[in-house]
Design a protein around this ligand. Structure first.
Ligand code: G4P
Ligand code: NA
Ligand code: NA
Length: 189
């Protein structure tokens, strides 16, 4: 998506050689029109997949998952991050480490919202090492639903997340691929 590349060059900044600051576009402020365009693109890419549900993890994946769901006319489910000590028999739970925050969190989806007959499209804002993604994919697998693929706004292709998922046979589509952030410069693939 050329429009998105231009916006990233204008509004994102390089925090370190592996972290891109995206507050202006994804993590703090959201542009509805741009986010609608992202949703349209994901809907187009996965149009043939008979998707019944969009899934993401709170919080930054929600806006683009919402516009994709709106475009595909299906519900959006967002996995919640829970601080709880007791396992809930009515939900799927996975523990995931967070790359930027350096902590582990539990993500959970109620069994009510993910059924074996579902064909699920996973949408997320950024893929880095893919730890959060792997946690949610495990939940989808445990539910018996079919994962038709993953759509990510920004793939940092110098980190292993997207590549690892593709090697597992998962279709991963990204709107923009960042090849490196070296020397304070954003280089696209
Ligand atoms: P992931 O690749 O599956 O996202 O997992 P990873 O553990 O690598 O990343 C964990 C979190 O860090 C994710 O947010 C992800 O979006 C964020 N992140 C990774 N790299 C970058 C980066 O270069 N820039 C920014 N701005 N964020 C990055 P999260 O913990 O799921 O939190 P939230 O933003 O959804 O609340
Ligand atoms: Na994030
Ligand atoms: Na996210």
């Amino acid at each position: 998506m050329d429009l998105l590349k231009q916006r990233i060059l204008k509004e994102a900044s390089v925090l370190t050689s592996d972290v891109l600051r995206l507050d202006a576009l994804l993590n703090h402020q959201v542009d509805p029109e741009l986010t609608m365009e992202m949703g349209k693109e994901f809907a187009r890419l996965f149009a043939e997949e008979h998707v019944t549900k969009i899934i993401t993890v709170e919080s930054s994946g929600i806006p683009v998952a919402f516009t994709t769901a709106q475009e595909m006319k299906v519900p959006l489910v967002f996995a919640r991050r829970k601080k709880t000590l007791i396992a809930d028999p009515d939900s799927y739970m996975e523990r995931v480490p967070s790359f930027t925050k350096g902590i582990v969190t539990d993500i959970m989806v109620s069994k009510q919202f993910l059924k074996p007959e579902d064909r699920v499209l996973f949408i997320d804002d950024i893929i880095a090492n893919g730890d959060a993604a792997r946690g949610l994919i495990k939940i989808i697998e445990r539910s018996g639903a079919t994962l038709v693929g993953m759509g990510v706004v920004i793939e940092k292709s110098f980190q292993v997340g997207a590549r690892t998922l593709r090697e597992q046979g998962i279709r991963v589509e990204s709107l923009v691929r960042v090849a490196s952030l070296d020397n304070g410069e954003i280089r696209f693939e």
